[in-house]
Design a binder for this molecule. Structure first.
Ligand code: BEZ
Length: 203
C-alpha cells in the first residue's frame, strides 16, 4: 500500500495522538505540515475538511477526520495488537478515557488561543478559569485510576498527548503538584519510542 498522507501541525495534540497511533500500528504516514490558525482560513485545508482543522488523513477512502476516526481507521489497517480492547468492559473504560483526554486537549487548545493569541484586553477571566478547572477536574478523576493505566491503548495514547500538551503550552499550570501518580505515569510513558518520535516543537 502506498503511504497515507497526514495533514498535521507539530504543535497539535490531536495530530500527535494520531502519529503515535500510526507508529504503534507500524503504519507509515507521509506528514504534510499544514498551517492552521484560529482566526484565518486555509483554503487548501478547507477543500479536504470544511472544519479547517488538522489532523486530516488523505486515504484511498477519501479525507478522514477527526483524530478519533483516523485512529480507528489506522487501527484497522495496522499490525499487531489493536489499540482498542476486545473485552467489552475494558473497551468502554478505554473509550471513556479517550473522550476525557480529547476533552482536556479541546480545553487546553482553546486556552492556548485565548491566552496566546487573543489581545489581552479582550480576555475573559471567568471563561479561562472554568476551562482550567475542567482540565483539573479530569486529572483529579484520572489520578484515582492511574494504577489501572497499563499498556499502550487509545486511552493511554490520548492521555499522554494531552498531559504533555499541558506541559508544552501551559507550563505555569501546576498540575503535577496534586497529581503525583499521573505525573509519574507520564514520566514513564515519555520513555516510549512513540513519544520520543513525536515530540512537540521546542518553544
Ligand atoms: C498549538 O499551536 O498549540 C496548536 C496548533 C494547532 C492545533 C492545536 C494546537
Amino acid at each position: 500500500m502506498s503511504p497515507l498522507t497526514l495533514l498535521y501541525t507539530p504543535a497539535s495534540p490531536f495530530a500527535r495522538k494520531v502519529r503515535m497511533a500510526a507508529l504503534e500500528r507500524r503504519i507509515k504516514l507521509e506528514l504534510l505540515d499544514t498551517h492552521v490558525s484560529p482566526i484565518l482560513s486555509n483554503p487548501e485545508l478547507a477543500k479536504v475538511n470544511p472544519l479547517v482543522k488538522v489532523p486530516v488523513l488523505i486515504s484511498p477512502d477519501g479525507p478522514i477526520y477527526d483524530n478519533r476516526v483516523i485512529c480507528r481507521y489506522l487501527d484497522r489497517l495496522g499490525e499487531g495488537p489493536s489499540l482498542y480492547a476486545s473485552e467489552v468492559a475494558e473497551r468502554w473504560s478505554i473509550a471513556t478515557l479517550e473522550a476525557l483526554s480529547d476533552g482536556v486537549m479541546d480545553a487546553a487548545v482553546l486556552l492556548r488561543y485565548e491566552l496566546g493569541v487573543r489581545p489581552e484586553e479582550l480576555r475573559w477571566k471567568q471563561w479561562v478559569d472554568i476551562q482550567f478547572s475542567r482540565i483539573l477536574g479530569v486529572l483529579e478523576q484520572v489520578e484515582k485510576i492511574t494504577d489501572s493505566l497499563v499498556g499502550l491503548h487509545i486511552g493511554s495514547l490520548g492521555l499522554a498527548a494531552a498531559l504533555s500538551y499541558l506541559d508544552f503550552r501551559h507550563p505555569a499550570l501546576p498540575w503535577r503538584e496534586n497529581h503525583p501518580r499521573l505525573s509519574a505515569w507520564l514520566a514513564d510513558f515519555e520513555e516510549h519510542e512513540i513519544m520520543k518520535n513525536t515530540r512537540y516543537p521546542q518553544v
